[in-house]
Design a binder for this molecule. Structure first.
Ligand code: SAH
Ligand code: MG
Length: 217
């Protein structure tokens, strides 16, 4: 076993169990191949949420609601979470999970394509944005996401290392002839060079970009 894997196993072994309902949702999602944040990404998210004490969180990519319930458990009681998902079956499941968690008044699920929703959301409304949807769209959505955050707002983007395939360019060719990988590399370049952001790309889980909107941004 490579040292890196042993370190990863060790770090995972340190993670405490979350609340039981989160465990049930996660187990069921993993069994059915529904993507959810990795444990170490979950720890990062909870830490940032606790540090930031956000009044409002925006999540893009709800799936069945695991990460939203997870963030809610660390957020201040008055924090509102808005989460966007476009897949009908997942929307229904997420709603059911929010109800089971008693979070239906704190979490608002918008069941539409983020592409249509983002431009309609009010500027500066979200202190923390968790971006975890179509990986090829991150760069395209970035200006909208910047508009939605006040100065000091935090953006966390998941899966930026694409299962460590970020350096490949021959696979996953999309219609417009560019690859998810090259688009993701453009996104990472963008967040590292945008005057509006201070960013760190962390090799945590499947790669997490952590960005803060600068005061003058
Ligand atoms: N954040 C979830 C996992 C999200 S998986 C968790 O950790 O529990 C990514 C989800 O984004 C998928 O369910 C997919 O349907 C959704 N998605 C992808 N593109 C989208 C878009 N343009 N608008 C809304 N949802 C989208
Ligand atoms: Mg993810």
């Amino acid at each position: 076993m490579m040292d890196e894997e042993r370190i990863r196993d060790y770090l995972l072994s340190l993670e405490p169990d979350g609340d039981p309902l989160c465990g049930v949702i996660a187990e069921d999602a993993v069994r059915r191949g529904i993507p959810i944040i990795r444990k170490e990404t979950g720890a990062l998210l909870k830490t940032i949420v606790t540090m930031k004490q956000p009044g409002a969180i925006l999540e893009i990519g709800t799936a069945v609601g695991y990460s939203a319930v997870w963030m809610a458990s660390a957020a201040p009681p008055a924090c509102r979470i808005t989460t966007i998902e476009k897949d009908e079956a997942r929307i229904a499941e997420a709603r059911e999970n929010f109800r089971r968690a008693g979070l239906e008044t704190r979490i608002e699920l918008i069941g539409q394509d983020a592409e249509e929703v983002l431009p309609k959301l009010p500027g500066g409304a979200f202190d923390l944005i968790f971006l975890d949807a179509a990986k090829g769209q991150y760069g395209k959505w970035l200006p909208e996401l910047l508009r939605l955050m006040p100065a000091g707002g935090v953006l966390i983007a998941d899966n930026v290392l694409q299962e460590r395939t970020i350096l490949e360019s021959r696979f996953a060719v999309e219609r417009r002839g560019r690859t998810i990988h090259s688009r993701m590399r453009e996104f990472l370049w963008e967040i590292k060079h945008s005057p509006a952001l201070q960013s760190a790309v962390l090799p945590v889980g499947d790669g997490a970009a952590l960005c803060v909107k600068r005061p003058e941004g």
